[in-house]
Design a protein around this ligand. Structure first.
Ligand SMILES: [Zn+2]
Ligand SMILES: [Zn+2]
Length: 278
């Protein structure tokens, strides 16, 4: 596996990469702009090419781009829906400039439309938008904690969207804290084996392209999205050890989104991951 962290852009791109590389980080995730706003800022192709070159020089790959939280492809508001489509397209284009293979998207919120109609709307929207996105960049649907009207907390819901597309057109990012909050047991060997078996049966493990490694502050099934440092939450060391020591494909990327990103906790959590697989 290749372990990495979600990297803040504050303080400089190259400086942050060198800081993370200093303790063994091999892959990173970034927000391409403000994660809680509609504005992304200019794409600056020259600057992004320079960053992509630097990542290659430093052997940091893949670079994962996480899209803004406001994007909701199931939105019933025409204004929100139009903004969501255009920001996601701009995110895919920016990811191309970064030479990133993956854009992560939270599946969406049905906002009262109902689960069925919400999933349909997301599937229809992706089908309409996908031909306009740069082909080398793949959209990964991230499983959600399932609070409110969030879609995509159940593997069945992710499968409903993905199965409408040719194999390989879309992928999945599995977030451990979200899966735990949605009720999936990742707390030890038995739970991890059962959860991945379910993932394989319902979605297909070949669609799994990325792990988000986060412990959880909440009780399993509580549907709240509260990340915790690795081993210090309800999933615990045994759960992460069971997950990470499975036979993952060589170079499979796994990224931390633990609290206090950008602090010394990055190193502590990454070293914990490394100690669990050694
Ligand atoms: Zn996410
Ligand atoms: Zn995540």
């Amino acid at each position: 596996m290749r372990f990495g962290v979600h990297m803040p852009l504050k303080g400089g791109f190259e400086q942050n990469i060198l800081r993370l590389k200093g303790f063994g980080c091999e892959t990173v995730q970034i927000f391409p702009g403000n994660p809680t706003g509609w504005k992304m800022g200019a794409a600056e192709p020259k600057e992004l090419a320079k960053r992509a070159d630097f990542l290659e020089e430093q052997s940091i790959h893949p670079l994962v781009v996480h899209s803004a939280y406001l994007i909701n492809l199931a939105s019933a508001s025409e204004d929100f829906y139009a903004k969501s489509k255009s920001l996601l397209k701009a995110t895919m284009e920016k990811a191309l400039l970064y030479r990133s293979p993956f854009v992560v998207l939270h599946t969406g919120n049905h906002g009262g439309l109902g689960v069925e109609r919400g999933l349909e709307r997301i599937g229809e929207t992706i089908a309409a938008e996908l031909p306009g996105w740069p082909a080398p960049v793949k959209l990964l649907l991230e499983n959600t904690a399932g609070g409110g009207t969030a879609l995509g907390s159940r593997f069945e819901e992710l499968a409903r969207i993905i199965k409408n597309f040719p194999p390989g057109a879309l992928g999945v990012c599995l977030d451990t804290a979200h899966a735990w909050a949605a009720g999936y047991d990742l707390g030890g060997e038995k739970g991890v084996a059962e959860t991945l078996e379910q993932f394989d049966r319902i979605i297909g493990l070949e669609h799994l392209q990325l792990l988000h490694l986060n412990d959880s502050r909440v009780r399993r099934g509580s549907r709240a999205d509260r990340h915790e440092h690795i081993g210090r939450g309800a999933i615990g060391f045994d759960g992460f050890k069971a997950l990470l020591t499975r036979p993952w494909p060589v170079g499979f990327p796994a990224i931390l989104e633990t609290p206090e990103i950008g602090s010394d906790w990055d190193r502590a959590n990454l070293e914990t991951l490394q100690s669990l697989v050694d």
